[in-house]
Design a protein. Structure first.
Length: 242
């Protein structure tokens, strides 16, 4: 097997147990190294020796050879098999002809951001960076903050801490619910009283610490149905640059 020692002097670690954290003796360490080197030597020898190569159009069933190459058609490309563990069981070695799929291991090219944006490629792999830079996230993260206690019947506005860097906030939307939780009102309009007549609710201002919400006097929110305290009135959804 290895050039370091003749086969008769080599000690195999096959089926030997090494306990995690245990000290490995120099004898075991040497045997381990020789075992690995020997298997690599055998594989290289099998690749070089033409007598150990076999060609065909179906997967090999004869485990007597060290290396087998099979397949010679477009639909059945050549694949390399080798007896890597010395136990007579052939293992396929993945090559550049082996494309990964939902059902098979293989090699996959990384998708560019443009390919992620197109959204039709089924043969490439999306990376975290590619996803973050794509149109599907637009590089933004989302934070959901509870409004908390707000008696809308008695109070026109409430301050809610957002815990973000003001310059990184991009969009804000609001969801308000009544006292029973049976109705939820979703607001995504602009800020200021100009939008209040139509929406009855608006984001008044966003400061370095808070999002301030307002409700219109005399609106549907200025009602006992929105007057309970000790109750989370709803949620603020914030998109921001992480």
């Amino acid at each position: 097997m290895s050039d370091n020692k003749p086969d008769s002097e080599q000690t195999s670690l096959v089926n030997r147990t090494v306990t995690a954290g245990a000290t490995v003796s120099s004898t075991d360490h040497e045997a381990w190294r020789n075992d690995i080197e020997g298997r690599i030597d055998d594989l290289i020898a099998g690749l070089k020796d033409n007598s150990n190569h076999r060609a065909g159009t179906s997967a090999p069933t004869d485990n007597a050879v060290e290396c087998q190459v099979w397949g010679n058609t477009t639909t059945n490309p050549a694949k390399l098999y080798a007896d890597l563990d010395g136990a007579g069981a052939d293992t396929q070695i993945i090559t550049t002809d082996d494309s990964a799929s939902a059902t098979a291991e293989g090699i996959s090219e990384l998708a560019t951001i443009a390919e992620v944006n197109t959204g039709t490629d089924t043969g490439r792999t999306i990376t975290p960076a590619g996803l973050k830079g794509s149109i599907f996230t637009a590089g933004l993260a989302t934070k959901i903050v509870e409004i908390g206690d707000w008696d809308m019947n008695a109070t026109t506005n409430v301050d809610v801490a957002h815990g973000l860097t003001l310059a990184n906030i991009r969009t804000v939307s609001v969801m308000v619910r009544n006292d029973t939780g049976g109705s939820i009102f979703h607001y995504t309009g602009g800020s200021g009283a100009g939008g209040a007549t139509a929406n009855n609710l608006w984001v008044g201002v966003i400061t370095a610490t808070n999002v301030t919400l307002y409700r219109l006097v005399g609106s549907a929110f200025d009602d006992p149905d929105f007057g309970d305290t000790g109750y989370n009135r709803g949620w603020i959804v914030i998109q921001y640059v992480p």
